[in-house]
Design a protein around this ligand. Structure first.
Ligand SMILES: Cc1cc2nc3c(=O)[nH]c(=O)nc-3n(C[C@H](O)[C@H](O)[C@H](O)COP(=O)(O)OP(=O)(O)OC[C@H]3O[C@@H](n4cnc5c(N)ncnc54)[C@H](O)[C@@H]3O)c2cc1C
Length: 401
């Protein structure tokens, strides 16, 4: 057994010991507020057991281990269905960026420990109504006022903003220079006067994304996390913070075994669906895809263990797995017939085909839309030329709206 196998085995043992209290059965039927409260308790239990901030510095409340232990723990944790979603963005991007770019290190340490213990949550305020893929085209303004700044504008699709205490935000501070050069990066108190959060109801029934309005929100200059005009580089650092994260070859939807069970239990033309050639070929294709993605993940883990950086092939994971989950969910709904569409507001995306199908499109947009991932694959893996970017050198305020 390697050290990492031992680490994994211990993690699995701990996760099994708390699954009854925090896992998917304990969560079934809870309101979002109750589930969040349970999630905070789980996050605290993780912190106390040494499984929060696994690869973060000890002086920041972390465990000082490597990215490999973190990916190993996250992979073990996934099947238990623990209430982690509320903290994914917070601990994934804004909090580590605060540690790196926040000017006041004592403040960063206090916030990090509160976030690791599930007491505080951070959001990421990047996307806007005018666009999300083109981050440098954002319009929310930050104008200098005395020793500080005044924010005016709107963000959109901000995950969990309604429950957040703080956020990181990119704002336009100079519209007279090309779009990438006029941005500045700040942190913001989500409870400050002038911040208004309005949840958006998604097709699947949940409302975890929000519109966030900023109306003369005042920040002192200590909130600034980049040089004035240097916000794009910090935004890129935020998006690239972890080249490799734990992935789920089921695309965060139901496992293939559930589909096989379903195909055994229903009939097509008087015969079990599992005997139908089209169903068998869909199962085989899905199995091949998952095996290939698992192989990419295994290779990335081995590269990290050998001290190397995994390549951009990680961008294949989300693209392929979520698309494939959407197709499999659609086929499962066809097999189930009208019964599949009975709406269950507490259905789990990892177990319910209709919930999985309904929720899949958001997975194909959040964290980089399919087309943007295809661009990454074209440019970084296949070495094809970059997209035409005609507005790159034009002052932002001269780009036609
Ligand atoms: C569930 C969910 C959670 C989210 N959470 C957050 C969050 O917490 N914080 C945050 O800031 N944002 C968040 N987002 C926003 C997300 O990052 C954006 O939706 C995403 O980047 C796409 O931006 P857009 O919706 O503005 O679409 P657009 O950028 O307007 O794109 C529209 C379409 O055009 C395509 N397109 C755009 N540019 C190109 C190009 N150059 N080449 C080819 N095709 C292109 C896109 O792929 C897409 O199909 C979330 C979104 C979702 C769905």
């Amino acid at each position: 057994m390697t050290d990492i196998d031992t680490y994994r085995a211990r993690a699995r043992e701990w996760l099994t010991s708390v699954a009854g209290e925090f896992g998917k059965e304990a969560r079934r039927g809870l309101s979002v507020e109750d589930d969040l409260a349970l999630g905070r308790c789980y996050q605290r239990a993780k912190y106390e057991a040494g499984y929060a901030g696994i690869n973060w510095p000890v002086e920041m409340g972390g465990q000082g281990l490597t990215h490999i232990e973190k990916v190993a723990f996250d992979t073990e944790e996934m099947p238990f269905g623990m209430p982690t979603a509320y903290f994914g963005i917070s601990l994934g991007m804004p909090v580590p960026i605060l540690q790196r770019f926040g000017g006041d290190k004592d403040f960063a340490r206090e916030r990090t420990i509160a976030a690791l213990r599930g007491e505080e949550i951070w959001c990421q305020l990047f996307s806007e109504p005018a666009g999300g893929s083109d981050l440098a085209g954002l319009r929310l303004r930050a104008e200098q006022e005395g020793n500080g700044w005044k924010l005016n504008g709107q963000k959109l699709w901000t995950s969990w903003a309604q429950y957040c205490d703080y956020g990181v935000i990119v704002a336009r501070t100079d519209p007279t220079v090309p779009k990438h050069k006029g941005l500045t990066y700040f942190w913001v108190d989500m409870k400050a006067p002038g911040v208004a959060v309005r949840p958006i109801k998604l097709a699947g029934g949940d409302s975890h994304v929000n519109e966030v309005f900023f109306d003369d929100v005042r920040l002192d200059d200590g909130h600034r996390m980049s040089p004035v005009g240097g916000g794009f580089a910090v935004a890129m650092a935020t998006l690239m913070i972890e080249r490799y994260v734990a992935t789920d070859s089921a695309g965060f939807g139901p496992h293939l075994d559930l589909f096989i069970d379903l195909a055994k239990s229903v009939e097509i033309n008087g015969k079990p669906a599992i005997k139908d050639g089209r169903i068998r070929s869909a199962i085989a294709r899905n199995h091949a895809m998952r095996t290939a993605l698992d192989a990419i993940t295994a290779r990335a883990m081995l590269m990290m263990q050998a001290g190397m950086e995994p390549g951009p092939e990680g961008s294949l994971n989300k693209l392929v797995s979520v698309r494939s989950r959407q197709r499999l969910s659609e086929l499962a709904i066809d097999l189930q017939g009208p019964a599949a569409l009975a709406y269950d507001e507490h259905a789990l995306v990892k177990e319910d085909w209709a919930a999985s199908w309904m929720n899949a499109p958001t997975g194909r947009i959040a964290g980089g839309a399919d087309e943007m991932l295809l661009n990454t694959i074209a440019e970084k893996i296949l070495g094809l030329p970059q997209d035409h970017r005609p507005d790159k050198a034009v002052p932002f305020n001269a780009i036609p709206a």
